[in-house]
Design a protein around this ligand. Structure first.
Ligand SMILES: O=P(O)(O)O[C@H]1O[C@H](CO)[C@@H](O)[C@H]1O
Ligand SMILES: Nc1nc2[nH]cnc2c(=O)[nH]1
Length: 203
């Protein structure tokens, strides 16, 4: 099992070859489901699911609420693969060294001082992921659409009685699951695979 060490191209290839030998699906769309959004995989038809633990050379999910499964299937006539669970720097995974991004490392939420600093820097939303994934995907030449569900208000005042916790984040994911499923379903329906001009026009 790989989680933190450098993974060679050959090792990636072995993992890909194994997966391709286990499913007939050949995905045109890949979706990374963060906390509370694993239910997006439920929208796929004709599913083939693989626990990360059973996939040779695949890292393991350690974040609570991440199922740790790769789910292949069809959505609106397009072949998709959903990652139910992703990987973070705070789990010990390294970051692609190229690119410019802004994120917090986690797993703790911002302190009030950090939240104020981020606000003053012009940050509108904070997360612990997404930026590294986009950096790597862009490095690989993939076109990326990032979608974040805003689950909570960042606490910026010592007088504020609200606080943020992971359970609350997951709960908002559950409450918004139908809307997010509809949004992504519509998005994929409108997506013109292999026609980048049309993607820009129709979304
Ligand atoms: O990256 P995802 O899984 O969306 O989860 C995010 O939400 C959690 C905070 O509740 C953190 O684990 C952060 O990384
Ligand atoms: N850093 C950070 N990540 C989150 N993920 C969900 N909510 C938050 C938040 O308030 N801060």
């Amino acid at each position: 099992m790989h989680s933190k060490e450098h993974i060679s191209h050959d090792e990636y290839q072995k993992t890909a070859d194994w997966l391709m030998s286990q499913t007939k699906h050949r995905p045109q769309v890949a979706i990374i489901c963060g906390s509370g959004l694993g239910m997006l995989a439920d929208t796929l038809k004709c599913q083939d699911s693989f626990a990360y633990a059973d996939i040779p050379g695949f890292p393991q999910s350690t974040v609570q609420g991440h199922a740790g499964q790769l789910v292949f299937g069809e959505l609106k006539g397009k072949t998709c693969v959903c990652m139910q669970g992703r990987f973070h720097m705070y789990e010990g995974h390294s970051l692609c060294k190229e690119g410019v991004y802004a994120m917090v490392g986690g797993p703790n939420f911002e302190t009030i001082a950090e939240a104020r600093l981020l606000h003053r820097l012009g940050v509108d939303a904070v997360g612990m992921s997404t930026a590294p994934e986009v950096v790597v995907a862009t490095h690989c030449g993939l076109r990326v659409f990032g979608l974040s569900l805003i689950t909570n208000k960042v606490v910026k005042s010592y007088e504020d009685t609200e606080s943020v916790n992971h359970e609350g984040v997951l709960e908002i994911g559950r409450l918004r699951s139908h809307t997010v499923q509809q949004l992504v379903t519509e998005l994929i329906d409108r997506m013109e695979i292999n026609n980048n001009d049309n993607i820009n026009k129709s979304i």
